[in-house]
Write a protein that binds this ligand. Structure first.
Ligand SMILES: CCCCCCCC/C=C\CCCCCCCC(=O)N[C@@H](COP(=O)(O)O)[C@H](O)/C=C/CCCCCCCCCCCCC
Length: 218
């Protein structure tokens, strides 16, 4: 499974991801793009520690993270502080391809939508992990969660490749170990803490995108 031991800054830690998702939502339910991206960076560390089979997934996630960071660090960075301000700015400035891919293939709105859909997969997967028994198969939990969410937006070839990658996922005990939390009961408790945060970020974004008819951006 995993290769040589990763340096500390590349090592996944569930607590770190939990902390970034805690910081994501402000009191007035605005989603901080900086923390959203940081949450995904943390998750990509986990994916990287699972080995090169997951490289094509990690690469796509990293590309999308880079696009969003590019917006955050760009000259219009202040417009990208929250997902709400990003949507408002990009729509008002005609910076989103709404019906077919055109001049704005890297808009913040369409890029974030891809990660947003993946967040639903994560929510479903973590809930299965949290309620699983010691001998449950991570590959099955992952595939079921994928089929209920992201798969509906992926073409056959991507679905096939993803399905093959899931087959080499480590078993639950090894999987829990990579999370760097402690014994399984502690992992389960931390997942219980992380899930409502992830769900809330997902719901707030889903409602915002639905209000603006952005859920099917090409
Ligand atoms: C708390 C710890 C346990 C769970 C840790 C999970 C770590 C997962 C980290 C990253 C997940 C990857 C997110 C992938 C984003 C995919 C976005 C997407 O849908 N992209 C497609 C469409 O993009 P455009 O072409 O429209 O720009 C793109 O075609 C995708 C290509 C790559 C394949 C994506 C397969 C996604 C499978 C998600 C499951 C990851 C399996 C992780 C196993 C633990």
């Amino acid at each position: 499974m995993a290769g040589p031991v990763a340096p500390e800054e590349q090592r996944f830690c569930l607590q770190e991801v939990l902390d970034t998702f805690k910081l994501c939502l402000s009191e007035n339910e605005e989603v901080s793009l900086e923390h959203y991206v940081a949450g995904w960076r943390g998750l990509v560390k986990f994916l990287n520690s699972l080995g090169s089979v997951f490289g094509f997934i990690s690469k796509d996630a990293v590309n999308k993270i880079k696009i969003l960071v590019g917006h955050l660090d760009g000259e219009n960075g202040p417009k990208y502080v929250t997902v709400q301000s990003m949507v408002k700015y990009e729509l008002a400035s005609d910076l989103v391809d709404l019906t077919k891919r055109g001049n704005h293939p890297e808009s913040g709105c369409r890029t974030l939508l891809r990660l947003h859909r993946a967040l639903r997969w994560l929510e479903l997967f973590l809930e299965r992990l949290r309620t699983s028994s010691e001998d449950s198969k991570t590959s099955v939990m992952c595939a079921e969660s994928y089929n209920e969410s992201l798969a509906q937006h992926h073409p056959w070839l991507v679905r096939k490749a993803a399905g093959m990658a899931f087959c080499v996922l480590p078993g639950r005990p090894a999987f829990f170990e990579v999370m760097n939390v402690g014994p399984p009961e502690q992992v389960v408790a931390m997942l219980g803490e992380a899930l409502p945060l992830i769900s809330e970020v997902y719901q707030v974004t889903e409602t915002l995108y639905a209000q603006h008819n952005l859920l099917d951006l090409p």
